[in-house]
Unconditional design. Sequence first.
Length: 194
Amino acid sequence: MAKDKVKEAPEADSAEGEDGEGAPKKKLSPKILIIAAAAAVLVLGGGGAGAFFLLKPKPEAAAGKGEKKKEKKDEKKKGEGDKPVGEVREGPDGVLFYTIPSVVVNMQTADGRATFLKLKLTLEVPDQETVDALEPNMPRLQDMFQTFLRELRPEDLQGSQGSYQLRMEIQRRVNMVIAPAKVNAVLIEEMLIN
């Protein structure tokens, strides 16, 4: 009997040595396998759905609209400096009228209440060269308008004398910015004080 036990022991040791673990194998329960399979399906399905939605072509690109938008963006980049800031119209006797975008400023008042001035100006220019001198200088002109108009008080603009002085002062300042070109006149299309 003792010999049988001794013989069985080495066989058990050799079986454990072949597996390399030293412990008997455990089988995974069907419950764990189902949970692992469900998790794998969710992860792979979610990744696939995300890739589908993120990588699918946009309807605009499929219809060719994407190319048109891209062309417009390229045109804007190329012609940014070419686009006029103001509106140019032809006037009598070969003069041109250059309408500047409206300017809105907060004016100073003696009592400290908020008063705003909205001014829409049109410059009478003798030729296209003067318009070409105005357009690249629009940032300087806008800055000049803001700093000058903010210092005015509502009393400065009362009556025809106030609007005349405003036109003459703006014309002088515009001519300083675009020198040697000159504007013929400054026309006030709209002046609102609130």
